[in-house]
Design a protein around this ligand. Structure first.
Ligand code: SAM
Length: 235
């Protein structure tokens, strides 16, 4: 835990924060914190700063919190991802938040198994939990909004044009295409397919909507590695 995150409502106006959950356990057991110790803290949706531990016992940890700076900037990236299997989804949510993706869209596609849409991982509280793990790692406080699109065609025809307005759009799809660019400065939508890849009809629709095909080299990467490679190149 590189940043102790708390919801703004957990902290008093005077900066007093009392923790009794896994964060308190982590401070006690992993960091072996004691009164006077300092930890980096962040208010979810707000600033980051420092917390001085003022009291600690078996049940709780109390801190005096001062927020002094904004969180790091996000990447100018919206991730549009065919819904992956739940186990991979968890890791991707964490990684996307860690890299600083500004927004995440999860999309249906022909090769997305229908059952994936029923996974408990998609429950808002669970999505939030995985995103928070990524933010804690990266010392960020801003949760990227996550949107679900359970129908490919209506999304691509009716909503994607609005999403792409004023943005570049790169479709990662294996094949003969330029390598994905590095150091993105313009707002960009990065599109990643399902484990079996987008079918030709879907590729056509995405290209027709304004996406440009890019490659990640001759190796076919797992979805989670393709996402990490694209986000890593975007930095
Ligand atoms: N057999 C599938 C195909 O040819 O599309 C492979 C799909 S790959 C496991 C899953 C997704 O990761 C792809 O849809 C694409 O978005 C991305 N991806 C993986 N390797 C890639 C590469 N070398 N170039 C571009 N995109 C890649």
């Amino acid at each position: 835990m590189n940043l102790l995150l708390f919801a703004p409502g957990e902290c008093t106006a005077g900066g007093h924060l009392r923790l009794t959950d896994r964060r308190a356990t982590h401070l006690r057991q992993v960091l072996q914190a004691k009164p006077g110790d300092e930890v980096q803290v962040g208010a979810i949706g707000g600033g980051i700063g420092r917390g001085i531990i003022t009291a600690i016992d078996r049940h709780s940890v109390e801190l005096r919190v001062t927020l002094s700076s904004p969180p790091p900037p996000k990447l100018p990236v919206t991730l549009l991802l065919a819904l992956p299997r739940p186990k991979m989804l968890r890791r991707i949510l964490r990684a996307a938040a860690e890299f600083g993706a500004a927004e995440i869209h999860l999309l249906n596609s022909f090769r997305v198994e229908k059952s994936y849409w029923q996974t408990p991982v998609l429950a808002p509280a669970t999505v939030r939990d995985y995103l928070l793990q990524g933010l804690e790692q990266a010392r960020d406080t801003l949760l990227p909004p996550v949107h679900l699109h359970t129908r490919f065609k209506p999304f691509v025809e009716d909503q994607l044009p609005g999403l792409l307005a004023g943005r570049d759009a790169l479709l990662a799809h294996p094949g003969d295409a330029p390598l994905a660019p590095t150091g993105l400065e313009r707002d960009t939508v990065l599109v990643v397919g399902p484990e079996g890849g987008f079918i030709p009809y879907e590729v056509e629709k995405l290209l027709a909507a304004g996406c440009r095909q890019v490659s990640l080299g001759p190796r076919i990467l797992r979805v989670e590695n393709a996402v990490a490679a694209l986000l890593g190149r975007a930095i």
